[in-house]
Ligand binder design. Structure first.
Ligand SMILES: Cc1cc2nc3c(=O)[nH]c(=O)nc-3n(C[C@H](O)[C@H](O)[C@H](O)COP(=O)(O)OP(=O)(O)OC[C@H]3O[C@@H](n4cnc5c(N)ncnc54)[C@H](O)[C@@H]3O)c2cc1C
Length: 543
């Protein structure tokens, strides 16, 4: 047989997408948070990143994983990671759009919100290469702890040119940065770090130290510099570690091997050793954890944004498939039970979009005390809840595609990539428990109850279940703010805040179903159990 039988009832893949034009939830959220924001430049990026050619680059960057070259053929140390050309195309696209440090140099209002929307859309093309992009964005406030380095590096970190060459910073057209905290014996409890930092004099960048030790997870090792934690004489300190020293010599940073990861294949994550590596103090010696956590707070924002983006991508794939695939005499999307599943996923996706972007908006306005405090509280709430929901969401969206969802090939292969990526956003930058415990710390700072009540006030009176949940808030904060109940508290606050936002952003069909399923006990323990009152047709039309 040279020809196969007739092929029919197979869904055409989702290509040439308009990532913003097709995403009403994202448009509406941006319009609510920043009515004056011109969405046209984001529309253009969404169309560019949704193109089939860009999707092919993402596929290739994952297929051809990075390769570590420890030594040259002559036996000299190289410590270089080689990437497929498609990786570099994606990096240029993300950096060219200012998804890295660009927002810090953008004086226009809503710079961080605009960047956040771009980050969410790019995630739908490829989340993995965004790892160094996110770290280069997040590092700016922490780097300010050494004003001399911040002054020298700010322009390069904000440059829209991607320069992958290994050169000293003054010779580069653009710079990227990473972070190194996790060691073999501990990642969450970084106080257990054993890497030593010994004083080595002073120069134009301040106090210089020599590092000896290791990092067990060290992503994007081809970045130009890293913020790392190490034990200095006065205690755990935050240090700036460039890969190439100002005199153009390679620093003592040895890449031992690359991690063989479940997903996130386009991004290199490594194990490294420091051999008398030169580093400079950032912030106060002995106060390294709080210094580097200024960076961690923003990478946590990106975990929430990234997961919301991946949810939207998975939902789009599920809608695309179920609209085309017929089973039992109807398109799957018209089967009553499938409508339930898809509508429930759509609620979750829009709620994640709203909460993640609300956090980005708070970061934008953090010169106002209410917004700064809200950002402090929303960071662990959004990172915990959105990322926790991510894996269950991806599994359910995958199931909508049946067996085709589980294969790597073709357009559907994106679903497998999304599924493998989801747990990562939950683990790195502080796993679920760590986020829930961090929420407790945030609640102890300032008038947290008043801050949350102010945020929720515009939603008062919209839905009885929401009003009841709001009235329970003081008791909740009193009774559940203990380590053993911290996850529960984070979940309750996330749902309350999501419901409050949706009543202001989304049409009634959507927020009514959200309130009933998430706050009024009419939902289930898995997706697809909205109550009989839910207007699933209206929700699906919006999605
Ligand atoms: C692909 C990948 C890339 C990474 N890249 C980097 C990087 O570039 N730089 C970097 O520094 N790190 C990186 N990490 C490391 C990551 O941040 C850590 O793995 C993560 O913070 C968890 O630390 P751990 O692995 O040591 O686990 P542990 O700290 O041992 O935690 C294990 C579990 O215990 C829980 N736990 C910990 N303490 C408590 C407690 N007090 N109460 C209750 N539960 C608790 C945690 O929530 C977690 O679920 C990367 C990880 C991955 C998977």
């Amino acid at each position: 047989m040279t020809a196969t039988h007739e092929v029919f009832n197979q869904a055409e893949p989702l290509t040439d997408r308009d990532l913003l034009g097709s995403d009403r939830a994202l448009q509406d959220t941006l319009r609510h948070l920043a009515p004056a924001l011109d969405q046209a430049p984001l529309q253009a990026l969404g169309r560019q990143w949704g193109r089939a050619a860009m999707q092919e680059h993402a596929r290739l960057a994952h297929l051809h994983r990075p390769i570590l070259l420890t030594h040259s053929p002559q036996g000299r140390r190289l410590d270089r990671v080689d990437f497929h050309p498609s990786y570099h195309v994606l990096m240029q696209a993300a950096i060219g759009a200012g998804l890295h440090g660009g927002a810090w140099q953008d004086a226009a209002p809503h710079a961080h919100l605009r960047r956040a929307a771009g980050f969410m859309m790019f995630t739908q093309l490829d989340p993995a290469i965004l790892c160094p992009v996110s770290m280069s964005y997040a590092v700016m406030p922490a780097l300010a702890g050494n004003p001399a380095i911040a002054r020298d590096w700010a322009a390069g970190l904000g440059s829209r040119t991607y320069d992958p060459e290994l050169k000293a910073w003054p010779l580069k057209a653009g710079l990227t940065m990473g972070m190194g905290m996790t060691e073999k014996q501990g990642g969450s409890d970084v106080r257990a770090n054993t890497t030593r930092a010994e004083p080595d004099g002073h120069d134009a960048w301040g106090q210089r130290l020599r590092l000896t030790g290791h990092k067990w997870f060290f992503s994007a090792p081809m970045c130009d510099a890293f913020l790392v934690l190490a034990q200095a004489p006065a205690g755990l300190s935050c240090l700036f570690l460039p890969r190439v020293l100002p005199d153009c010599q390679l620093n003592g940073l040895r890449i031992e091997r690359l991690k063989d990861k479940l997903g996130n294949h386009a991004n290199a994550s490594s194990e490294v050793e420091f051999e008398q590596a030169q580093a400079w103090l950032v912030g106060e010696e002995g106060r390294g954890v709080s210094q580097i956590l200024e960076m961690g707070a923003l990478t946590r924002l990106d975990c929430a944004l990234g997961t919301a983006g991946l949810m939207r991508a998975a939902l789009s794939l599920a809608l695309n498939h179920t609209r085309q695939r017929q089973a039992f005499g109807k398109a799957l999307i018209d089967q009553p039970l499938m409508k339930q599943v898809l509508a429930d996923l759509a609620l979750e996706s829009q709620a994640a979009t709203a909460l993640a972007l609300r956090l980005a908006h708070a970061v934008d306005q953090s010169d106002q005390p209410q917004e700064a405090q809200l950002a402090r509280l929303l960071t662990p709430i959004a990172k915990f809840w959105i990322c926790k929901r991510g894996s269950a969401f991806a599994q359910e969206a995958m199931e909508c595609l049946g067996g085709n969802g589980y294969v790597e090939e073709g357009g559907q292969g994106l679903m497998a990539r999304i599924y493998r990526e989801m747990p990562l956003n939950s683990i790195w930058e502080g796993a679920g428990n760590i986020m829930a415990l961090d929420l407790l710390r945030g609640l102890r700072q300032g008038a947290a109850l008043a801050c949350l009540q102010r945020e929720l006030a515009p939603a008062l009176g919209r839905h009885a279940a929401l009003d009841r949940a709001m009235s329970r808030l003081p008791v909740m904060l009193q009774e559940m703010a203990t380590p053993d109940q911290a996850r529960r508290l984070a979940q309750e606050l996330a749902l309350l805040l999501q419901a409050g936002l949706l009543t202001q952003i989304a049409p009634p069909a959507l927020w009514q179903a959200f309130c009933e399923s998430r706050l009024d006990g009419q939902g289930g323990l898995t997706f697809g159990m909205l109550g009989p009152r839910a207007d699933v047709d209206a929700i699906l039309a919006l999605a």
